[in-house]
Every structure is written in structure tokens, then in C-alpha cells.
Write a protein that binds this ligand. Structure first.
Ligand SMILES: Cc1cc2nc3c(=O)[nH]c(=O)nc-3n(C[C@H](O)[C@H](O)[C@H](O)COP(=O)(O)OP(=O)(O)OC[C@H]3O[C@@H](n4cnc5c(N)ncnc54)[C@H](O)[C@@H]3O)c2cc1C
Ligand code: SF4
Length: 511
């Protein structure tokens, strides 16, 4: 029986030979198509390293497909959008059947569905097999919940997938969550020697991509000088092996710690590989479970790491598809300030922001607490319009794809959806940054000064935020303690804080 031809679309973050798009591929009739679209790198002002990582990983994947004799059409450096490219090709070839995996961006998912409708195509959009939880399972979990909280979802994932649970379904070590053990700062003298992440020398493909990006994206932010990301599955597997052997042991305890010139800490730096699908999260979790026994690691570090992947990563993905397109528009506090221009340059006197943004521009990377409690915290306290903050995060991190970036930025960092899946806004004053880092030592501001010339802008804006939203914070037992501290500040000082905050807010670029 002759079969009709299917066109299989593989997107730049779907680089897995075992991915759902290639399942059932017919070498006789089917064809794969991949596009490099400059539009994708330009609709937000993407970091050069992000563009280079995607292009290099895509070209390496195309090479792997060709080596395996897959029929592949690879369109390089096209100025058209993915859907315009696709439309042109489908019309030229008279394609009737399109196969793809659900895109990690709602915008593109809808655009593909509309294209299929317009061209009367049979669209076989498959669920991504790089997640533990399907959309249906997530919807079922949500159905009977009053509150959507990570903790209960995470427990369900642990039980369903039999990870860190005993035969009776009880958590390993008698508790589900060792978060309390995972919040230490580095010792006073600093982090000491941290095993460096594995390095990946550039081959010809990466070198060519980097030359291209330097020219074609010369006005984009960030640098390529430190570009050292895994661009193939083989490299990503080596990065994973290296992480579990050398770096995992201290991941848990110092997960939240920050220190100048310590861009990666003990973190895994595996997000870009997982998000491009060079690695499957199941492989990552299994490798961690094996390392736990092999190197006699602490359960707290193992649980702390697995929670990020089996818990947070799955949870935010579920929330993204559940809440889009609304999630991209939410603005609970009606914030409207522009993003300070120094988010794109790091040129600010605030040492914490300078370091977190500086390393971001250098590597396209900052770890979770830098994203949440430094740049994210400041953007919330500075009342910046959520959509411009989200665009910045999407542009600037090599691991940023909307399904994971948006819920983290809008939902977690900015409380833009009014606490749909978080119990309170994640806000902190300079005191938190002082406790978790050495940034304040080298700063011209003083973390404990609330107003006046030397006042730390994070601290001023923190108290200003509490004063402004006092009613909201007092209404919840989770946040009442924060406003209780406000009562210890005299009325005069509160007025001075508000005045100083207005001055800061009216000219954020001056900081
Ligand atoms: C404002 C903001 C924006 C973020 N944007 C992104 C993004 O665009 N892409 C992205 O992958 N992560 C994002 N995160 C989550 C987290 O910061 C990164 O996954 C992490 O810093 C990546 O570094 P790592 O691989 O060294 O992670 P590790 O600290 O080693 O953690 C291990 C893995 O757990 C997963 N993980 C950890 N925290 C989260 C989380 N909150 N949500 C989803 N997965 C998580 C990641 O896959 C990560 O690789 C964001 C967090 C915040 C607060
Ligand atoms: S004093 Fe304030 S601005 Fe300076 S590093 Fe500390 S927290 Fe950041």
C-alpha cells in the first residue's frame, strides 16, 4: 500500500533523534525540514550566545540526521519567519500532511495550527516526550485543587514515577523536601575551589556559526568570547556525567549562594541542553540517582536537585500551557515602568545587579537565585512593566524558551498573575542579598540604609513596596510578618522612604 508523504518539521529546540517527531518516520516517503529563521533571533533582542547556541546545535543535529541518511531540507539564515518559510515550501511541494512536536512557544503553536487550517493540511502535532507529565495529567491534577502549589504536584510526580520513594510510597529520608538544608551562603572567606564546568572546544561548525553571529547580530547584546556550551548530544552527555561526578555533591547546600566572579557556583548548567532536548530529563534524574549511591551523596543535595527537574520544570511547563495566552498579558500590580537601560549593559553602581547582569552578558547564564532574587526582585520592586521584563529574560539567557521563561518571570519573579501558583511575591531587601552573597562589600550603597544618599536602592524599594501594598501583605498569614517589621519603622522614616523611592523610580536609569 503506498503511503502519502509527510513533512516532519523539527524546531531548533527539538534536537533529539528519539523525539516524538521522528517516531514512525518513513524513509521512503517522508522528509524532514528545519529552518534557521533570523526572525526567531530578532523578535526579542537575543544575546549573541543564545543565537550561536541554537544555530550550532541545529547544524550539528542536521549533520547527525544526514549521517543517518534521513532526507533533510535545511534552510539556512532565512529572513522569513518559520511559518512563512513553511508555507512557501508546503505550497511549492503540494504537501498535505505535516508532522511536528508541540512548540515550546504558544505563539508558534497557534501559528502552525492556523497555517494548517489555511492550507487545509493534516497536522499531526505530537506531545513532547521530554517531560514526565503530559498536558492531560496536569489538567487532571489541577482539576480538584483550590491552590496550585509546587509541593503537592511534586509529591505526585515522585509517587507516580517512583523517584525517591520507598516501596510503600513514603519519601526517602522521611520527608519530601529538604529545602531548609539548601539555603546556605558561602563561608565568609568565599566559596573556595569549585570544580570548573567542562569545556567544549569549538569545532568548524561552531566556529562558522560564531563568525556569522558576530557579523549578522553585531548590534545584539552579550559576548561570544566565553561561549562554551554543549552543542551536541554527545557533549551534553559528557556535561551531565561531569556534573554528577564533580559538582553535584555541593549543589544542594549552596544552591542559593552568590559570590562575585563565581558565575556558575555548584549549579549543573544543564538547562540549555535539556531545553534544546540534547538531554532528556529522565536521563538527568537517573544519572543523579545513580551518583547518589555511587558517591554516597547527601540525600538533601539529591532531593534538592531532583525537585528542580521533576518538580519545578514540570510544574511551570504545565502552568504555561494551562494559562496561555493570558499569562503573557498579566500585570497584577499594573506596573508600567520601562526596563532600566543598564539591564542590557550592566553599567550600574549596584554591585549585585552589575555582577548578575555582567555574567549574564558574558555567558548568557545566571543561576536561579540571581534571576529570581537579584534581577527579578529588582524589576518587581522597580515596578517595571512585566512584558518588557519577560522579553529581557527571553532574550538574554541561553536556556530561555517561553514555556519555561514566562512562568518563571511573570509568575514567580514578578507576581504578575497575582499568585496563581505562588503563595506570595518573592521580594527581598538588600539584607537578603547581603546574607546570601558578598556583593554588598564592594558596593557604594549600604544594604541596611533605607533612605538618603547611601541607601541601598533594593532596600528603599523593598520598604516602599511594603508600604504601598501593606493591605495585601497584611491579609495573608504568609506575608503578615513582613509588614510586622514595617511597624518598627517610624512614620517619618516611612515618609522619607516613600519620597526617596519616588526619586529612584522616576529615573531608574540613573542608578
Ligand atoms: C525570572 C526567572 C527566569 C527563568 N528563566 C528560565 C529559562 O528561560 N529557562 C530555564 O530553563 N530556566 C529558567 N529559570 C529557572 C532557573 O533559573 C534555571 O533553570 C537555572 O538557573 C538553569 O541553570 P542550571 O542548569 O545550572 O540549573 P540548576 O540550578 O543546576 O538546576 C537544575 C535544573 O533544574 C531545572 N530548574 C531549576 N529551577 C527551575 C525553575 N524554576 N523552572 C524550571 N526549571 C528549573 C532546570 O532544568 C535546571 O537545569 C528562570 C528562573 C527565574 C527566576
Ligand atoms: S548594597 Fe544594595 S545595591 Fe549594593 S550590592 Fe548590596 S543589595 Fe545590591
Amino acid at each position: 500500500m503506498s503511503q502519502s508523504k509527510s513533512l516532519v518539521l523539527i524546531l531548533g529546540d527539538q534536537l533529539d533523534l528519539q523525539g516524538a517527531a521522528l517516531q514512525g518516520f518513513n524513509f521512503e516517503t517522508d522528509e524532514i525540514i528545519m529552518f534557521e529563521s533570523t526572525h526567531e533571533g530578532q523578535y526579542v533582542w537575543s544575546h549573541k550566545a543564545k543565537v550561536a547556541l541554537f544555530l550550532s546545535a541545529m547544524r550539528h543535529f542536521a549533520q547527525a540526521l544526514t549521517d543517518l541518511k534521513y532526507p533533510l531540507v535545511y534552510i539556512k539564515e532565512s529572513r522569513l519567519s518559520i511559518t512563512d518559510n513553511l508555507k512557501e515550501y508546503i505550497q511549492k511541494k503540494g504537501i498535505k500532511h505535516l508532522v511536528c512536536v508541540e512548540p515550546g512557544e504558544y505563539r508558534l503553536k497557534i501559528a502552525l495550527e492556523m497555517l494548517a487550517h489555511e492550507l487545509d493540511l493534516q497536522l499531526d502535532m505530537r506531545e513532547d516526550n521530554h517531560f514526565y507529565c503530559t498536558h492531560q495529567e496536569f489538567i487532571e491534577w489541577v482539576a480538584n485543587k483550590k491552590e496550585l502549589r509546587l509541593e503537592y504536584f511534586y509529591r505526585l510526580m515522585r509517587k507516580t514515577h517512583q523517584i525517591l520513594v520507598d516501596a510503600d510510597g513514603n519519601p526517602e529520608g522521611g520527608q519530601w523536601n529538604f529545602d531548609q538544608d539548601n539555603r546556605k551562603s558561602y563561608p565568609k572567606k568565599g566559596p573556595g575551589i569549585i570544580d570548573k564546568p567542562l569545556s567544549f572546544p569549538h569545532d568548524d561548525i561552531t566556529a562558522e556559526v560564531m563568525d556569522y553571529v558576530r557579523k549578522a547580530y553585531s548590534d545584539h547584546p552579550g559576548s561570544l568570547d566565553a561561549f562554551d556550551w554543549p552543542v551536541t548530544r554527545e557533549q551534553a552527555l559528557r556535561a551531565l556525567e561531569y556534573f554528577v561526578e564533580y559538582r553535584l555533591r555541593n549543589f544542594g547546600v549552596y544552591q542559593d549562594a552568590m559570590w562575585t566572579d563565581t558565575p556558575f557556583g555548584w549549579h549543573s548548567i544543564l538547562s540549555s541542553s535539556m531545553n534544546l532536548k540534547l538531554l532528556n530529563p529522565r536521563e538527568v534524574v537517573n544519572a543523579v540517582l545513580i551518583a547518589w549511591k555511587k558517591y554516597s551523596l547527601d540525600l538533601s543535595t539529591v532531593e534538592g536537585f531532583i525537585r528542580q527537574i521533576l518538580g519545578w520544570r514540570e510544574f511551570v511547563r504545565g502552568m504555561y500551557y494551562l494559562d496561555m495566552p493570558q499569562m503573557a498579558q498579566d500585570n497584577y500590580y499594573q506596573h508600567a515602568n520601562p526596563l532600566p537601560s543598564w539591564y542590557w549593559t550592566g553599567a550600574t553602581d549596584m554591585a549585585c545587579m552589575k555582577d548578575a547582569i555582567g555574567q549574564t552578558l558574558q555567558y548568557g547564564y545566571a543561576h536561579h537565585i540571581q534571576r529570581l532574587m537579584v534581577t527579578g526582585n529588582f524589576a518587581l520592586l522597580a515596578e517595571v512593566l512585566p512584558t518588557v521584563v519577560c522579553d529581557w529574560y527571553l532574550a538574554i539567557y541561553v536556556d530561555a524558551i517561553e514555556w519555561v521563561e514566562l512562568p518563571n518571570t511573570a509568575g514567580m519573579a514578578l507576581f504578575a498573575n497575582g499568585g496563581r501558583f505562588t503563595s506570595k511575591p518573592y521580594i527581598a531587601s538588600g539584607a537578603y542579598i547581603k546574607r546570601m552573597s558578598n556583593y554588598c562589600n564592594g558596593c557604594r550603597y549600604k544594604p541596611d540604609v533605607r533612605f538618603g544618599e547611601n541607601a541601598c536602592p533594593v532596600t528603599t524599594l523593598y520598604w516602599n513596596f511594603l508600604i504601598k501594598h501593606r493591605d495585601q501583605f497584611e491579609a495573608s498569614p504568609r506575608t503578615r510578618l513582613m509588614t510586622a517589621n514595617l511597624k518598627r519603622i517610624s512614620d517619618d522614616d516611612q515618609k522619607a522612604i516613600t519620597v526617596h523611592a519616588q526619586k529612584i523610580l522616576s529615573n531608574l536609569d540613573a542608578l
